[in-house]
Design a protein around this ligand. Structure first.
Ligand SMILES: Nc1ncnc2c1ncn2[C@@H]1O[C@H](COP(=O)(O)OP(=O)(O)OP(=O)(O)O)[C@@H](O)[C@H]1O
Length: 251
């Protein structure tokens, strides 16, 4: 009997993916520079991307995840450009998760099937993930009628089965109530304790204080600061970050 808490690995490569490094990364649209030039290195741990509305947080994550292509500059994973094999080793969870019109359990067995997990292992593995994220009683419920917090945890359970080296989360707790926020934070920490690199955006300063190992602070498409969390919150280096930490920049 295989250990269901261990990931089903179908990766073609297991070479370390970190550090994630951005060198002069720029993103322009119709001649307007929306982000740039970003030079940044992210190592292990939980990196929280913060900044006011429109700062470029989502753009930065989408570029790193490979959903967008930089207009200039380079993104490297341990020195390598993103390849299809490396892309399989990262996952992204959005504010409104994209779920299949099937049961919660079937959303999970589906990704296992796609990744080549043998049929007999799919349901037990899906069940383990549902239990891990407190969703076991909802296994047969259509995923799309789950509450916002439940959908978010289902998206995390699905990511868990993919055993990503890197997990990107774009405002995963926006519009959730405090209990649901805590549940998502606990889920994020389960990934962290498994050794998954977390890159996450949030507007919630308290959440960032609870989760962050380091903070990337963007304002108006520019990188103003990348610091260990304690330093960012205690002695922000720029006046913009200081205003943001005091809650004086519009979110
Ligand atoms: N695909 C795109 N095409 C054109 N403009 C875009 C595109 N995506 C984002 N933008 C613009 O780029 C800027 C940064 O957007 P982004 O979504 O990254 O901000 P954000 O920091 O995540 O903001 P918020 O906190 O409001 O979610 C915004 O002005 C946005 O309108």
């Amino acid at each position: 009997m295989s250990d269901l808490s261990q990931p089903y690995l179908a990766q073609a490569t297991t070479a370390p993916m970190l550090p994630l490094s951005l060198d002069g990364v720029r993103f322009s649209h119709r001649g307007q520079r929306l982000l740039g030039d970003i030079t940044l290195t992210l190592g292990a741990g939980r990196s929280l991307i913060m900044g006011p509305n429109g700062a470029g947080k989502s753009l930065l994550m989408r570029l790193c995840h490979g959903l967008l292509t930089p207009s200039a500059g380079q993104i490297r994973w341990n020195g390598q450009p993103l390849s299809p094999a490396l892309a399989l080793r990262q996952a992204m969870v959005f504010q409104r998760p994209v779920l299949l019109k099937r049961s919660a359990q079937a959303n999970l067995t589906y990704v296992l099937a796609i990744r080549g997990c043998p049929r007999r292992l799919r349901k037990p593995r899906a069940q383990e993930a549902l239990e891990r994220f407190g969703l076991a009683p909802l296994a047969q419920r259509p995923a799309r009628v789950l509450s916002g917090g439940e959908q978010q945890r289902l998206a995390l359970a699905r990511a868990w089965l993919l055993a990503p080296d890197i997990l990107f989360l774009d405002e995963p707790t926006a519009a959730l109530d405090p209990a649901a926020i805590r549940a998502v934070e606990e889920a994020v920490n389960q990934f962290h304790h498994r050794g998954t690199k977390i890159v996450m955006t949030t507007h919630d300063l308290n959440q960032a204080r609870r989760l962050a190992d380091d903070v990337v602070f963007l304002n108006a498409g520019r990188l103003l600061e990348h610091s260990p969390a304690e330093r960012f919150f205690d002695t922000p280096q720029s006046s913009e970050a200081a205003a943001f930490v005091r809650g004086e920049l519009p979110w």
